[in-house]
Design a protein around this ligand. Structure first.
Ligand code: HEM
Ligand code: SF4
Length: 550
């Protein structure tokens, strides 16, 4: 099981990842005091960031100021890279090794993958660009986006290329409309090939160094919880921090561990903590302190649904929040676990669930297999489905405004459907993505209406995918248990007229509609409106369909 795999963090690839991250943090740090003046009352957050001790600051300065003659840097002023205007919007970079997607690499403006050969000789870097989560409700011009592969760089070209990417966004990113100012919109607008050409124009030698993407193993989400050897004789401990909040006894336990053992603390992109640099003989001390405060959790016994979940701070801390997230996530996880149980899914099954209080996407909900994104007051959420267990695929909106009371009625059928139709070991997110929204919707509709005693209706299969799923369901005999009915949407005014006509005629609406449609289809009028081929291959349709709809 990948959760248990040991990760030697002192191995050359991980060490190099950290080195590159520190270098990037310094090369692209703002140089003027303006940022601190505006945001930190003129005070710096820390006099010397700890990582500055590990890198050559002269080298950093040289890289930052190096002018390749292609417009990467400004020759005057204090900010060689940013000039007078900084970037149009926030800019995120992530660095990792092949296979390790603990950083959600597809969500970054720039993702960098360190490639070494089997002898740990650095080969270069695969680069991704144009990822980002933030969107705005009811603004179709905004959307979450997965980063695209830009290409491969040999070691000496990395900073030239990253400076070129930043310069491309600086000069071509949208400064007019804040909602579309992130680099992902520039990449989307130009297409990855167009964006690559733009980046090349800022690189030395026209970007010859940017080579085709090198193949890599599949990505895997890793959380590093529990005890691990770091590869240098010491241990590290990955501590689950539910939704990133340290408080109460957990806070006291951590205080004591830090005071007594001075571990190095690393905050992970999943809002957990790594306590590193722990001697093997100190392992028991750490566990005892956690036990003393009643906060020790055996990672193998934590519900995997909880372990993989993440929520943003939202109310009451975040001024942008529309709904709760962090505070209600535990009860939502319990609720989802209970609904899974009701659907007959065992506790060993889980998936990635994320929650935010607004569409900005701080807990990266659009990468989750199931996400709730605050969309209205009083606990109304969007429901997103279809992300992958390893965060390699974008989810899609299943429902726009799901009130709290609707959650069970929506999730229960989805879980039942997953249980019935999944391929062996197919994850919930993969299943939802394979089925597609309309198939899921029609199952949910007929399940709920079937449960509501005979008020059965399902959407008409609108695509081949849905039709296949229905055929499959029928051949498995599920159609007998949960009858499937076609349904079509009508304009409200037409629906009202038909309803009135049915009432006057004293027949059910479905009988009336059926009669009208059948008569129309078989009439010369249908041919004169839609052409003579309208009835080709559809049969007679039967005269009275009442019997087909028990
Ligand atoms: C508490 C107050 C917070 C505020 C006001 C806030 C604000 C925002 C905004 C406005 C965005 C959208 C950015 C964009 O689309 O360009 C965003 C995105 C994001 N935030 Fe926060 N955030 C907060 C807390 C947090 C926390 C605590 C974390 C992490 C632990 C976090 C992580 C992120 C991430 C990962 C994104 C996605 C960036 C992207 O790719 O678009 N945020 N946040
Ligand atoms: S996603 Fe959450 S933390 Fe981020 S801005 Fe929205 S409510 Fe605030």
């Amino acid at each position: 099981m990948f959760w248990r795999r040991r990760q030697p963090f002192q191995s050359p690839p991980y060490k190099h990842v950290r080195h590159i991250a520190k270098m990037l943090a310094e090369v692209f740090a703002p140089q003027t005091g303006a940022l601190c003046e505006v945001w930190l009352d003129g005070e710096k957050a820390a006099t010397v960031e700890y990582w500055k001790k590990d890198i050559d600051m002269d080298e950093v300065k040289r890289i930052r100021e190096h002018d390749n003659g292609h417009g990467q840097v400004f020759k005057t002023g204090e900010e060689p890279i940013y000039g007078e205007t900084y970037l149009p919007r926030k800019f995120k970079m992530g660095v990792t090794v092949p296979g390790d997607n603990s950083i959600d690499i597809f969500t970054h403006d720039i993702g960098i993958v360190v490639l070494m050969d089997e002898n740990y000789v650095l080969q270069g870097y695969n680069i991704l660009v144009g990822g980002g989560m933030g969107r705005t409700h009811n603004k179709e011009i905004t959307f979450p986006r997965l980063a695209d592969p830009l290409g491969f760089l040999e070691p000496e070209s990395l900073f030239d290329a990253v400076k070129a990417i930043v310069a491309a966004q600086r000069d071509h990113g949208d400064r007019e409309v804040r909602a579309t100012a992130r680099m992902k919109y520039l990449v989307q607008k130009l297409g990855i090939d167009g964006f690559r050409d733009l980046v090349r124009s800022y690189m030395t030698d026209g970007g010859i160094a940017l080579q085709p993407w090198r193949p890599m193993p599949d990505w895997e989400y890793r959380d590093y919880l529990g005890w691990h050897e770091d590869g240098h004789g010491t241990l590290f401990y990955g501590l689950l921090i539910d939704n990133g909040r340290v408080r109460g006894p957990l806070k006291k336990a951590l205080r004591q561990i830090v005071d007594e053992l001075s571990p190095f603390l690393v905050v992970t992109p999943h809002q957990n903590l790594l306590l590193t640099n722990i001697q093997p003989e100190q392992r028991r001390v750490v566990e005892e302190i956690f036990e003393r405060y009643g906060v020790y959790r055996d990672v193998d016994r934590i519900d995997q649904l909880v372990r993989k979940a993440m929520a943003c701070p939202a109310l009451p801390l975040c001024p942008l929040a529309i709904t709760e997230a962090e505070r209600v996530m535990p009860e939502h996880l319990e609720r989802v676990r209970a609904i899974l149980g009701k659907a007959g899914i065992p506790p060993s099954e889980s998936f990635v669930m994320r929650m935010t209080g607004c569409p900005n996407g701080c807990s990266r909900p659009y990468m989750a297999e199931l996400a709730l994104v605050g969309s209205g007051p009083n606990g109304v959420y969007q429901l997103w489905l279809g992300g992958s267990p390893h965060q390699t695929r974008l989810a899609w909106t299943y429902a726009d405004r799901l009130p709290p009371a609707e959650l069970d009625r929506t999730l229960e059928p989805l879980f039942v459907f997953w249980k019935q139709e999944r391929k062996p070991s197919e994850s919930f997110g993969d299943f939802c993505d394979r089925m597609g929204k309309s198939t899921l919707e029609q199952f949910v509709a007929q399940y709920n209406e079937g449960n509501a005693n005979g008020q059965i209706a399902a959407e008409h299969p609108t695509n081949a995918h849905a039709a296949d799923a229905f055929e499959k369901a029928k051949t498995r005999g599920r159609a007998e248990k949960i009858p499937i009915r076609p349904r079509v949407s009508l304009r409200p005014a037409v629906h009202a007229r038909l309803r009135a006509m049915a009432a006057r005629a004293g027949v059910p609406l479905k009988v009336l509609v059926d009669e009208i449609l059948n008569n129309f289809i078989n009439s010369p009028e249908s041919e004169s409106i839609f052409g003579s081929s309208i009835r080709d291959g559809i049969g007679t349709g039967g005269a009275t369909n009442d019997k087909q709809y028990p």
